[in-house]
Design a protein around this ligand. Structure first.
Ligand code: FAD
Ligand code: SF4
Length: 463
């Protein structure tokens, strides 16, 4: 695998972010990919380490060790080194339905587990993955694949985020007839309406939906399955139902905002942002242009709100982080910044985070419009838009009630299983696991598909 001495000969070379002041002025891809000979050398750095922890995909002391999809990383690094993109692609697609998503937004547990990283820089697994799938799309290798034997069974997947797409892709290639029902006008879930274009271009999501459509998956958009009559019909008409509706219930922002105009949750802001900026639609959803924006929370969602507010032309942006600064320092005592914080600092001269702060009070003008907030430590900040990015409390009650499945925070199943309290109804992704990551959603979708297939056929060859 790889070149045994490659890690000694070649330096790690990552995809580079465009300069903050350049990228903050558009909604295009954050990264400039490393291509050509240099990319092959990055494959060659994979060192034939004997025990590739990168692909282990296990939980160890509550932490994820290695790729949850068990991607065959050393194999495709080896093929990449030889420039054999076709073979690398075939190994990559064995375990990952959508490398074009994970190769852009995955936090790369593989690299954290890379043996080469124990004493030096890990292999650029994440970027190599993106390069293999993009080469494949750009060179006509991603053609529709059809299954010869139809099973005669039909399955409906509710929700078209990465979990629903993975279930649908797996079961479609197995020969079942698959319909995906989505309440929004476009498929993709958070891939489309949450993660901003610069992290995951919407054309990349649509390209995959188009391919799946060509392969025979039916997408029905604009249909809300939480309507009890619709749920009853779907449940009766299909041999199996898979609920992949995400963890949409936002956590409360911790201050009474009843009747105040200018307060919203992150997903409302990001959804409106994609509709307006990327799809060119008119929307009365919340916008940041010309406003002083305050975002409560940290993590991916809060950062995506910061970056989107900057691109919309906000007057200022502040991120209130409940825990202290010291909780976020790295081993060398520095405060890491993500892409959004880099951009805010470049534009406004300071990191947008204020640590150990939360909102105490909202102040409004005579018409109920938000004008200022005060924090629990007594600071007053101008604020025309307050965005709650404090995470998600679990899945929505309505859709669970409509299908009659048991739920507490998420849909209930036996541990490590995907079948709900109703035998022909299954669940996967954030709706099952709780708020998580794209890579976990794909892994859940694949595992749920195995159970569904076994339920329908009495056996499965989807392993
Ligand atoms: C802003 C944001 C940024 C993120 N950034 C990253 C990141 O950088 N990297 C990463 O790995 N993870 C990221 N995540 C997490 C990741 O996006 C989720 O874990 C993942 O999308 C979950 O996939 P899912 O398919 O389970 O659910 P979702 O993607 O939430 O999809 C659920 C789908 O179900 C549909 N639905 C819900 N109810 C109904 C209904 N009643 N009828 C029909 N359809 C319905 C919804 O409209 C939606 O399309 C981010 C999350 C957010 C919110
Ligand atoms: S899916 Fe994520 S963890 Fe797995 S190989 Fe790709 S970047 Fe690494």
């Amino acid at each position: 695998m790889g070149k045994p001495t490659g890690f000694l000969e070649y330096e790690r070379c990552e995809n580079k972010k465009r300069p903050p002041l350049e990228r903050v002025r558009d909604w295009e891809d954050l990264y400039i990919p490393v291509e050509g000979e240099q990319r092959l050398l990055q494959g060659a750095r994979c060192m034939n380490c004997g025990i590739p922890f990168c692909q282990a995909g296990v939980q160890f002391e509550g932490k994820q060790l290695g790729c949850p999809l068990h991607n065959l990383i050393p194999e495709w690094n080896d093929m990449l080194m030889d420039g054999n993109y076709g073979h690398a692609l075939s190994r990559l697609l064995k375990t990952n339905n959508f490398p074009e998503f994970t190769g852009r937004v995955c936090p790369a547990f593989c690299e954290q587990a890379c043996t080469c990283g124990l004493y030096d820089q890990p292999i650029t697994v994440h970027d190599n993955e993106r390069s293999i799938i993009e080469y494949a799309f750009q060179n006509g290798m991603m053609k529709p694949r059809f299954t010869r034997n139809a099973s005669g069974k039909n399955v409906v997947v509710i929700g078209s985020g990465p979990a629903g797409l993975a279930v649908a892709d797996q079961l479609n290639h197995r020969g079942h007839s698959v319909t995906v029902v989505e309440k929004h006008p476009r498929a993709g879930g958070i891939l489309t309406y949450g993660i901003p274009n610069m992290k995951l271009p919407k054309s990349v999501v649509q390209r995959r939906i188009d391919l799946m459509t060509d392969e025979g998956v039916t997408f029905v958009t604009g249909l809300d399955a939480s309507d009890p009559a619709i749920a009853r019909r779907l449940s009766a008409e299909y041999d199996a139902v898979v609920l992949c509706c995400g963890a949409e219930e936002p956590r409360a922002i911790g201050v009474d905002a009843g009747g105040v105009k200018g307060v919203c949750y992150a997903m409302d802001f990001l959804h409106a942002s994609v509709e307006r900026q990327i799809f060119g639609l008119e929307t009365d959803g919340p916008g940041a242009a010309g406003k002083d924006v305050v975002i409560i929370g940290t993590g991916n969602t809060a950062s995506d709100c910061v970056a989107s507010a900057l691109r919309q032309g906000c007057r200022s942006v502040t991120q209130l982080v409940r825990r202290g600064r010291e909780d976020y320092l790295d081993a060398s005592g520095r405060l890491p910044q993500d892409y959004a914080q880099e951009e805010a600092e470049s534009l406004f001269g300071a990191d947008p985070r204020r640590f150990g702060q939360s909102v105490a009070e909202l102040r409004t003008d005579g018409d109920g419009n938000l004008t200022e907030i005060t924090t629990k430590s007594g600071d007053t900040l101008p604020c025309g838009l307050l965005i709650g990015a404090t995470g998600f409390a679990g899945c929505r009650e309505d859709v669970c009630a409509a299908f009659g499945v048991e739920r507490d925070r998420t849909v209930k199943t036996e541990k490590g299983c995907y079948q709900t309290s109703v035998p022909h109804i299954f669940t996967a992704g954030d709706m099952h696991r709780g708020q998580s990551l794209v890579v976990h959603a794909i892994a859940e979708g694949r595992a749920a598909a195995v159970e569904v297939d076994r339920f329908l056929m009495g056996y499965t060859n989807l392993l």
